[in-house]
Design a protein around this ligand. Structure first.
Ligand code: ADP
Ligand code: MG
Length: 239
C-alpha cells in the first residue's frame, strides 16, 4: 500500500498507524507498529540509531510507497529534517514558499512565517549566508506556512550547538502553542523528549516498546525529581 491522506476532523486522531511493516531486502525494520496521535498532541519518538525512526517518519510523510499495514495521516502536513534542505539558488522567502503558488498573498504569508521565527530581515538573503540555526528556522517557517495538522520533525536540532538547540526548544514551544499542530519529534536526546513532549514513545525491534505520558508541568526543569525518574526509565528502555 502507500499512505492514505485524510482530511482531519476535530475528534479523530490525526495519525492512525496499525500493524505498520517495512522490509528492506532481508531486513525487517518496522514489524507491526501501532500508534495513534491526537489533534495537537506532541509526541517524542526515541529509539537507538538504526531502529527505524526515520523510516517510520518517512512513511507518515507519505514519502514511502512500499510501507505495509494501515496508515492514515492528514494531507496537510509538513516535515523538517536534520539538514534544512533549502534550495541554494533561491532566496529565503522563495524557499519558505517552495511548491506553493507565488502571489502577493502567499508572499505575505511566507513573510509572516519568517517573522514568527524572527527572520523577517533575512527574507531576501541567500541560504548560504545563514547560520545553521537560522537555516533550520527557515525550514520551520517553510513547514508552518503550510498550517500543518501534523508536523513531522526528524532530529531537527541534531546538527546544532547546545546553546542554539536550547533557543530552538523555546521557539518550537512558542510555535506549537500558537499553531497547535500534532507533532511527532524524532530525537535521540532523552532530555529534549521530556522537555517538549506530551508523550514519549520508544521504538525497539520495529515496534513501540514503551509509551509514557509526560505529566510534568511546564516549564520543565531537568533537575526535578520527576524529570530524573522519567529520564532513568527511558534510558533503561533504550538499553
Ligand atoms: P533511525 O532513523 O532510527 O536511525 P532508519 O529508519 O534510518 O533508523 O533505518 C533503520 C534501518 O533501515 C537501518 O538498518 C537502515 O540501514 C535501514 N534502511 C533505511 N532506509 C533504507 C533504504 N532505503 N534501503 C535499505 N535499507 C534502509
Ligand atoms: Mg534517523
Amino acid at each position: 500500500m502507500g499512505t492514505d491522506l485524510i482530511e482531519p476532523t476535530r475528534t479523530n486522531p490525526v495519525v492512525v498507524a496499525r500493524g505498520v511493516r517495512r522490509v528492506f531486502g532481508e531486513q525487517l525494520v518496522l514489524d507491526g507498529l501501532d500508534l495513534d496521535i491526537a489533534p495537537g498532541e506532541f509526541v517524542a519518538l526515541l529509539g537507538r540509531s538504526g531502529s527505524g525512526k526515520s523510516t517510520f517518519l518517512r512513511a507518515l510523510g507519505a514519502l514511502d510507497a512500499e510501507v505495509e499495514g494501515h496508515l492514515r495521516v492528514p494531507a496537510q502536513q509538513a516535515i523538517v529534517f536534520q539538514d534544512p534542505r533549502l534550495l541554494p539558488w533561491q532566496k529565503v522567502l522563495t524557499n519558505v514558499n517552495i511548491g506553493r503558488p507565488d502571489n502577493a498573498q502567499t508572499r505575505a504569508d511566507a513573510l509572516a512565517a519568517l517573522d514568527e521565527v524572527q527572520l523577517a530581515s533575512k527574507a531576501k538573503a541567500w541560504p548560504r549566508t545563514l547560520s545553521g540555526g537560522e537555516a533550520q528556522r527557515v525550514a520551520l517557517a517553510r513547514a508552518l506556512v503550510r498550517e500543518p495538522e501534523l508536523l513531522l520533525l526528524d532530529e531537527p536540532f541534531g546538527a546544532l550547538d547546545a546553546l542554539t538547540r536550547i533557543k530552538m526548544h523555546g521557539l518550537l514551544q512558542q510555535l506549537v502553542a500558537k499553531y497547535r499542530p500534532a507533532v511527532l519529534l524524532v530525537t535521540h536526546d532523552v532530555d529534549e523528549a521530556i522537555l517538549l513532549a506530551d508523550r514519549v514513545i520508544v521504538l525497539t525491534d520495529g515496534a513501540i516498546s514503551l509509551s509514557s505520558p509526560v505529566e510534568i508541568p511546564k516549564p520543565r526543569s531537568r533537575d526535578s525529581r520527576e524529570f530524573n525518574e522519567l529520564r532513568r526509565h527511558l534510558l533503561t528502555e533504550l538499553g
